[in-house]
Design a protein around this ligand. Sequence first.
Ligand code: ATP
Length: 675
Amino acid sequence: MMELLERAVRERLLRPLDLQFARMIAPDDCPLFDLFRNSQRLMEIKAQDVTQEQHHRVGAARALLQLTAAYLSAETGAGHICLPITGLQPQHLFDGRQSDLAQALWKAAGEPSTQQWRETLQDSFSVSDGSQPTPLVLQHDRLYLQRMWQNEGDVARFIVNGNANNERVDEILLQNILEQLFGTNGDEVDWQKVAAAATLTRRISIISGGPGTGKTTTVAKLLTALVRLNGEQRVRIQLVAPTGKAAVRLTESLGKAWQQLALNESEHKLFPNQAFTLHSLLGVQPNRQRLRYHSGNPLNLDVLVVDEASMVDLPMMAKLIAALPTHARVIFLGDRDQLASVEAGAVFGDICRFVESGYSVFRAEQLARVTGYPLEQLNNPHDMSKRKTLTTGLTEVSDGLCLLRKSYRFDKKSGIGQLAQAVNAGAYLEALSVLNGNYTDVERFVLANMIDYQQLLQVSVAGYQPYLKLVAQGADAAEILTAFNHYQLLCALRAGSFGVKGLNPLIEQVLQRNGLIQRTQGLSGRWYAGRPVMIERNDSALGLSNGDVGIALYDAHGHLRVHFQLPNGTIKSVQPNRLPSHGTAYAMTIHKSQGSEFEHTALVLPDYFSPIITRELLYTGITRARQQLTLYTSDSVLSRAINTPTLRHSGLVDRLCLATLAKPNSAIPLDVVSA
Ligand SMILES: Nc1ncnc2c1ncn2[C@@H]1O[C@H](COP(=O)(O)OP(=O)(O)OP(=O)(O)O)[C@@H](O)[C@H]1O
């Protein structure tokens, strides 16, 4: 088995880390009795009274354990929380790539049925049901790394039990304050008002909405309402986002939204004027594993707003939850349809699946009293389309959820909005008719040959020209950074001629040829005035985060320094040779663009399909565009992307159900089905 796994590493189907993990869980030189519990099967071996078949089965048990450990480690690295063992077949290994090797591995592992697999795992000293500190946990046929299993349980318990100490709210006062801030909208339900009411009457809430649905506007209003509700009593509010860029945007957009609310001077002072990144909020310390804030040293706050929550992975979510003081109110904001976090899990998306359960009667009545909307409109389950796939009656989770449905940025005339909707719904033909229709804000090109490709480079150069002109004029760094954000080329892939690695150097060449940048010969030619770079690793000492974009500009002494906008709005400049790992950023991946928006987004898909190009990736890329979208793709790649929804294995939905059932007085109907 180990030789086959080594081959899988050479073929880049597994990482060296996965192989190491398999060696640790089931070393080849370890006696079988040290690997497996003293089962009947092994007793028979001990008695040295074994048939050939028994011998083979026990040998295969070690091999199966090795394969399982390596594959679980690889799957966790690929973003899954667990490995479901039910129905797993060799053709599922490695996404169907290298089927010969997959078959050989399967054979070496004894071609197990699910039952045999389950028994082998249950026999192993490395596996428990979670009640022992084993490296692996098997629960409901899902195999986890211990840490992931713990994290998932922590998140589920927090979401379900965190509302136990809800404060009592003066509903009449709240009703009046919401009336002042949101007004009355006639008969049409204003979901922003409902979201504010829901958030202010519960400790933990989740607001999901697509682009321009008013998440920021709602948060600005609901925090204002919270401050007014608390009167003299000061509320400590903190804002946080997963990346530096998202924190900058949250600072800016909330600042603007508060300006529009005509608050008085003393109210203004109560709001934070800066959002933090999650890493800086939690106190990541250079060269130290331990965060400054944790359950033993909780954060000093009363209210936390977490923006772009879909980007928060499971381990980070667990760390955040652990660091919250027990009384803290938390509001998670995000778009459930966007890409899941880069690292493991799809926490936000998994929790938002409960939206279809609708509000409990008690909750709907409360929201109706506070907002003034008719009960039946509020308790109309939000999203019936996915109802089949999940549960009914799990209102413990759904009572904390709010969906914003109306986009104030993209109306019916907006091609970007229509395209995003079609992609989200998996409707390829609709998407195509938007792209072929008469919308002025969306255009599509097929990159069929070198001429088309050259055209893409020329258009990109034209897109970057305005900010480079500002660089040449010696404009200030803030103005240049804002101008750079106007146009952005996004790629689905990193590698290849359609990926950032292929496009960035070619764009630089064309910019140089057009006299828009001046590079010197040799190595130092990597740096020039106007070079945009993206940071690829957090550097807490420098205060820079993975994904931050800076631009190189000459200082007064004629030295190049790279200028970044920090979450508090100030500009920081750093010597190029002090930067952590970074790369040129004319083209960036869609993953890295999460949390940012650009007036004009150009989105490049390769001319072949890759399983990385999912529906969520496409949706996320499209919704980075505020005013104009240029999409480079063929019909066939577009169709495959739209029809490839992301799949992240996790047990969070089931564990939210279980945590709900474990609550005293739980009145959940038993039609809960596994998703
Ligand atoms: N109820 C409303 N009525 C009219 N305009 C609104 C309303 N809510 C929001 N808007 C406007 O819609 C635009 C988008 O709002 P906002 O920035 O709050 O949305 P968002 O969901 O945070 O957007 P995104 O995250 O995509 O940037 C803003 O210009 C805002 O002023």
